[in-house]
Design a protein around this ligand. Structure first.
Ligand SMILES: [Zn+2]
Length: 278
């Protein structure tokens, strides 16, 4: 489970079970305090008391004198006007957006159709979804600002690897040399500096009017974004899991579930068998 865009669930987990990642203690304290303020509804004074109790319970070497700064900081962030937890369940993609991407020609240096044009389009799809995610998150954080969608992707090496995974690109493909360079040659993106790129084609995507259309794809698992595109394009071996309805790559003919669900379904079936026996 990826909690990056579901802080509500993540904060609930921390609140109930304690820290999930000791290296991110300040961030987890902040999420917990916001959870207690916004979800459990504690007023500021009560929040401080309850939050201190929670810290006593979950920080093994807790003592007021050495922790009061950290505790106060988290509480102050939680009571600040507009503090909120991100909860992004899905991103909608519309038919004309997909068709726009499919219509884009991607050229090589000789101005011939590039051999990995299909992978370039898959990466475009992932960039589009990532920018839609960023837009939705920034709208949640600044509730009253109706900012336009950004056209920029800023990434260090880790973020580009995450993008490669999100787009479900083959391992052997190098995202910069093999794809982004050709998107640049084709006038669809402009690399700027230090991993910042302008996703130029988003200007066209943003200009499409979808106010009266129903979404064609509803992406619920952002990490499988590229697989949704493959499924839409009827790539062979890409199926929807019968349990979670997310797309996955089929490894054998009789496979019905993605690897994550297969384990869950197996446990359930075994339980049913055990029940019948007893
Ligand atoms: Zn599944």
């Amino acid at each position: 489970m990826n909690y990056k865009y579901n802080e509500v669930e993540y904060a609930e987990l921390i609140y109930k079970k304690g820290f999930q990642s000791p290296n991110h203690m300040p961030a987890e304290l902040r999420l917990t305090a916001i959870y207690m303020r916004r979800v459990l509804g504690y007023k500021p004074k009560k929040l401080k008391e309850e939050f201190e109790k929670w810290c006593m319970l979950h920080i093994s070497d807790y003592n007021r004198a050495s922790y009061y700064k950290i505790v106060n900081k988290a509480v102050n962030q939680a009571v600040k006007k507009g503090s909120s937890l991100i909860k992004l369940d899905s991103i909608s993609v519309y038919k004309n957006e997909i068709e726009f991407i499919q219509r884009c020609s991607i050229f090589d240096e000789q101005h011939m159709e590039y051999e990995h044009a299909d992978l370039c389009q898959k990466l475009m799809f992932a960039f589009m979804v990532q920018l839609k995610i960023n837009h939705a998150v920034s709208k949640m954080k600044n509730a009253d600002e109706s900012a336009d969608g950004s056209m920029f992707f800023q990434g260090n090496q880790r973020k580009y690897s995450a993008m490669k995974k999100m787009a479900a690109l083959p391992d052997k493909i190098k995202i910069n040399e093999d794809l982004i360079y050709y998107l640049y040659l084709s006038g669809l993106v402009t690399p700027l500096h230090n991993g910042l790129i302008c996703i130029d084609f988003m200007k066209d995507i943003y200009s499409l009017d979808n106010s009266e259309n129903l979404p064609e794809i509803i992406i619920k698992d952002f990490e499988r974004t590229g697989l949704y595109f493959d499924y839409y394009n009827k790539e062979k071996n890409i199926k929807l899991c019968e349990y979670c309805k997310r797309p996955y790559k089929k490894k054998s003919n009789n496979q019905k579930y993605c690897s994550e669900c297969a384990a869950i379904v197996n446990v359930k079936k075994q339980k049913q068998r055990d029940l019948k026996k007893s």
